[in-house]
Write a protein that binds this ligand. Structure first.
Ligand code: ADP
Length: 400
């Protein structure tokens, strides 16, 4: 006989049916007191008691303690049913002397299996625990069981906290993406509007037709830069931005790159200070040009009142060092690391310069992919010096 103690009528009836499906005769009580009376009155004693925890009057823990405390009923298996899955509640079940527990809502086969193993536990000398269909004979004393249980539950709780943390990180990433999408839409809309407006005006005033190609080219380049940045960002995130270094003279790479960069900064003169000796490095020329383009266009963009940008290349120990100096707004000291982060834009609101906050992130990635370093310092009077260093190809430089 199995005794079911459950105060909710619907749940009690359901529980009776479910336990019967395990092949046992069942009798039930609606509260702790009557449940205990029933257990004591039955002859022979019931095989097991399944008791709810939260009940008016004597609660399930107390029912369990009294059954186990009375020599006449101590060998009745007790399974507590709890809605609470807190580690402390499971320990409460162990402390009360329960033989097993089951959380509500339960899966019927699991409940039956737990009742069965509880019955086996009290009837055999060697207590058994069943996990995932495997049986383990316990030779451990209850305090040890409590320890093991507490540890494993704490592990589970810890894993849950980690999950919650990574979910929060995912949410932040998602919010970043959303903010990013808004900025991209905004950044793409303004060149587009400039081109549409120019096309419309040119119908009424054909004399501006001459300026149209320049305007379309400038705005088109702006759109292309945004799309290039976005596609590089995605490729970096997927680990698919390839760098293919070959032996090159960095001085030559910089000289050629600057020729192509000049038209992109029409309001600034680029002063190049290049050594007469070659500096042999192993680089992907296109990627180094991309690094330089980002640094020089930034230098011009963030120095709207200046008319020059200086680029210097020199040897620095075992590295080749490139410096891009501007006479612009400068980078506040506490932002010197952060501006290389994805989406980070310093002094927003202070400047009207457009941007996504991706360029320096891509730039840093490219320099690191070459085994190099990158940073920014304040220039001596005003503005900033962005620098990067690439390891020299010693064998090539040492060769005659
Ligand atoms: P974007 O220019 O699109 O905002 P970047 O990643 O190229 O993105 O730069 C990140 C931020 O670093 C910029 O928003 C700007 O605040 C700052 N920055 C970059 N270059 C300079 C510079 N030469 N002088 C001052 N601030 C700069």
């Amino acid at each position: 006989m199995i005794v079911v103690i459950e105060d909710s009528t619907t749940q009690r009836l359901q529980l009776e049916r479910d336990v019967k499906s395990g092949g046992w005769p069942v009798t039930a009580a609606a509260d702790g007191e009557r449940g205990l009376e029933l257990v004591r009155s039955l002859d022979p004693a019931p095989l097991a008691v399944i008791t709810d925890v939260l009940m008016p009057g004597i609660d399930g823990w107390e029912v369990c303690r009294r059954i186990k405390g009375d020599p006449k009923t101590a060998s009745v298996a007790v399974v507590v049913l709890t809605e609470l899955a807190q580690p402390a509640d499971v320990l409460r079940a162990v402390v009360a002397g329960a033989d097993n527990y089951c959380t509500k809502p339960y899966v019927v086969p699991t409940l039956i299996q737990r009742v069965r193993s509880a019955i086996r536990l009290v009837s055999s000398g060697a207590p058994m625990v069943e996990v995932d269909g495997e049986s383990f004979a316990l030779r451990t004393e209850p305090p040890q069981i409590a320890h093991i249980l507490a540890s494993s539950l704490q592990d589970a709780a810890q894993r849950y906290r980690e999950l919650a943390k990574s979910r929060a990180a995912l949410q932040t990433a998602y919010a970043d993406r959303e903010a990013m999408t808004r900025v991209v839409v905004h950044e793409l809309r303004s060149p587009l509007q400039a081109m549409l407006a120019a096309a419309q005006i040119s119908r009424r005033r054909p004399e501006i037709l001459n300026d149209l190609p320049d305007l379309v080219e400038r705005q088109g380049q702006r759109v292309r830069r945004i799309l290039d940045d976005l596609s590089d960002l995605t490729r970096i995130e997927l680990g698919q931005l390839p760098v293919e270094p070959t032996p090159r003279d960095l001085v030559e790479v910089v000289r050629e790159a600057l020729e192509r960069i000049r038209p992109a900064v029409p309001d600034h003169r680029i002063e190049a200070h290049l050594p007469s000796e070659p500096l042999r490095v192993r680089v992907d020329g296109d990627r180094i040009e991309q690094v330089l383009t980002n640094l020089v266009t930034n230098a011009a963009k963030y120095s709207p009142d200046a008319d020059r940008v200086a680029v210097q290349v020199r040897r620095a120990g075992a590295s080749a060092r490139v410096e891009v100096r501007d006479w612009g707004i400068g980078v506040p000291p506490d932002h010197r690391d952060r501006i290389f982060e994805r989406y980070f834009r310093a002094r927003q609101g202070e400047t009207t310069a457009e941007g996504l906050g991706i360029g320096l992130f891509v730039t840093r990635h490219l320099v690191h992919a070459h085994g190099g370093r990158i940073g920014v310092e304040a220039a001596s009077d005003r503005g900033s010096v962005f620098w990067f260093e690439l390891p020299l190809d010693e064998a090539a430089n040492g060769a005659p």
